[in-house]
Design a protein around this ligand. Structure first.
Ligand code: SF4
Length: 250
């Protein structure tokens, strides 16, 4: 058990450490109660590569929203097989199935916050209940929200979120991928710099912000996994952020 003061001290000390040093510390502290989350896109490859080098068998959570590009699912299968990754697919809770099937096309467009909550936030909250540490690949240069993150971030229920790449830039990711000859998501070369779900991702220009193609023009930059929404565990605490009256859906 690491105290809150020690976590703060370590988080500050890790600002000058390499991602590999932070991952090794995390594995030493928390194995086997530790997992990585990954969306299996081009910029996910360095962290996945490091983790598989440091601790083979680490569970890797993949949010199977049902809205992915087929290229993402095939790429995920290929990398999982070639790198022998222990991928665990996470799905929405079954109680939402009828509602989602009735609104499959319209939900991501009409109520993306609810859609992300059902397909990403809730399933990840549930999966993380059983472990002590969660490794995430967020970087400070990606969004304003992420710029404020710490390398170690205590969460509800004793969970510790660990962000080993927080200080890396897009150039660092590119350099590591080139040095290690890492594969690229099939849509990357077609202009998809950050690949999310198909209804919410468009290709962008090389000079644009990496995440400019996610929920473009819809005033949304985050799915909720890395925001305050993730810390609120009850539906009643977040339902004000949805257009849909969820009390009539449940
Ligand atoms: S990214 Fe789009 S499709 Fe995917 S869960 Fe969020 S709103 Fe739904």
């Amino acid at each position: 058990m690491v105290s809150a003061q020690e976590i703060e001290r370590l988080s500050n000390a890790f600002e000058s450490k390499t991602p590999q040093e932070i991952i090794r510390w995390a594995v030493d502290q928390f194995w086997p109660e530790i997992a990585l989350s990954s969306s299996f896109q081009t910029q996910s490859m360095p962290l996945l590569h490091m983790v598989t080098q440091i601790k083979r068998g680490m569970p890797v959570f993949f949010l199977d929203t049902g809205y992915h590009f087929w290229e993402t699912l095939i790429f995920r299968e290929r990398i999982a097989s070639e790198w022998k990754i222990n991928v665990i697919d996470l799905y929405r809770e079954a109680r939402w199935d009828i509602f989602v099937r009735q609104h499959t096309r319209s939900l991501p467009l009409d109520d993306p916050n609810l859609c992300c909550y059902l397909h990403k936030v809730q399933p990840m909250q549930k999966a993380l209940k059983d472990i002590k540490a969660w490794i995430s690949g967020i970087r400070r240069d990606q969004t304003a929200e992420r710029a404020r993150a710490g390398i170690l971030e205590p969460q509800e229920g004793g969970l510790l979120k660990i962000n080993p790449l927080l200080n890396w830039t897009r150039a660092d990711v590119k350099r590591y991928a080139e040095e290690h000859h890492l594969p690229s998501h099939p849509l990357f070369e077609k202009g998809y710099r950050s690949v999310g779900c198909a209804p919410c991702t468009i290709p962008i220009g090389l000079d644009q912000d990496e995440r400019a193609g996610r929920w473009a023009g819809r005033g949304k930059t985050e799915c909720g996994l890395h925001t305050d929404m993730f810390r609120r565990r009850e539906l009643s605490e977040v339902k004000g952020e949805f257009h849909t009256d969820v009390s009539r859906v449940e």
